[in-house]
Design a protein around this ligand. Structure first.
Ligand SMILES: Cc1cc2nc3c(=O)[nH]c(=O)nc-3n(C[C@H](O)[C@H](O)[C@H](O)COP(=O)(O)O)c2cc1C
Length: 265
């Protein structure tokens, strides 16, 4: 573990301009050594706090209230409204083989390429249009051979990174999937490649990367809902082990999020 003095001595990643971000990232990692104490903290949270976020409390009791109006049917929100309100985290999946057509549609909609004038953009926004997020598909029961595939929105193809015959067997070594109730045909891991974005934005690039991962994830949740797939977003994983499994350079490319996907049961 790096120490804070190293950060301020500019010994950490200064060549990539994200020294403080790297320090923060490292200090929020799950490892097989610290995971028990982290999980204990999570269960203590539920034991100790009855209304943890106090969400119903009026935070501004001294303010006059402006009542919002009922939904105006005039706007054509019909499908979007349905998707937004039906979206749920669903933790059981049919273990049906996912076709390449469905996977392509899913990727093209949630993090697809579009051209606007001379610019290559995506269905998600990105700070400075630098698009630091890369996706790695873990194929367990899909039309793709079992293994790991890289997707970047600019390319209309997947890179077959490696074949892993027993892809589903050891997934718990990388992703914390204790809450999932069935086998999962497809996981997608999001990584943030901080090189370009940090040249421009320094440590703030890391914030942007996390926000952009959220944009993609929200799209994925809604697209999954539309395709009658179930999805569970996963914030818990063993960072370095996961990066090693994929084969990315952890010095600058960090796993930041993941999603479990499969047809609904
Ligand atoms: C950042 C983030 C991380 C999450 N990580 C996990 C996870 O590791 N495992 C899990 O089962 N659910 C995970 N979830 C799903 C939440 O538990 C779920 O969104 C929440 O209970 C609200 O339910 P809903 O999504 O059905 O509205 C995560 C959600 C978010 C936004």
């Amino acid at each position: 573990m790096r120490e804070i003095k190293d950060v301020f001595n500019k010994k950490v990643n200064h060549e990539n301009e994200f020294d403080v971000a790297a320090f923060y990232h490292e200090n929020s990692e799950f490892t097989c050594l610290n995971v028990d104490s982290k999980l204990q903290k999570i269960s203590d949270f539920y034991l100790l706090k009855k209304d943890p976020l106090n969400v119903t409390k009026d935070l501004f009791p001294f303010c006059e209230k402006v009542e919002l109006l009922k939904f105006k049917k005039k706007w054509d929100f019909s499908n979007l409204k349905k998707l937004l309100f039906n979206r749920r985290t669903r933790r059981s999946f049919a273990f049906n083989k996912l076709s390449l057509q469905k996977i392509s549609d899913f990727l093209n909609m949630s993090y697809g390429r579009k051209t606007v004038g001379d610019n290559i953009l995506s269905t998600v926004p990105s700070g400075g249009a630098l698009f630091p997020i890369h996706l790695y598909l873990f194929s367990i029961n899909t039309a793709l051979e079992n293994g790991i595939y890289h997707y970047y929105f600019k390319n209309n193809y997947l890179d077959q990174i490696k074949v892993v015959k027993n892809m589903g067997d050891d997934i718990g070594k990388y992703l914390m999937i204790e809450n999932l109730e069935s086998k999962v045909p497809l996981y997608i891991v999001f990584t943030a490649d901080l090189r370009d974005a940090s040249l421009k934005y320094g440590n703030r690039a890391y914030r942007f990367a996390l926000i952009e991962a959220g944009h993609i994830a929200q799209n994925m949740s809604l697209i999954a809902e539309n395709m009658k797939w179930n999805s569970t977003l996963l914030g818990g994983f063993f960072d370095k082990d996961l990066a090693k499994m994929i084969g990315v350079n952890y010095n600058y490319e960090k796993p930041v999020y993941a999603i479990a996907l499969g047809e609904s049961v």
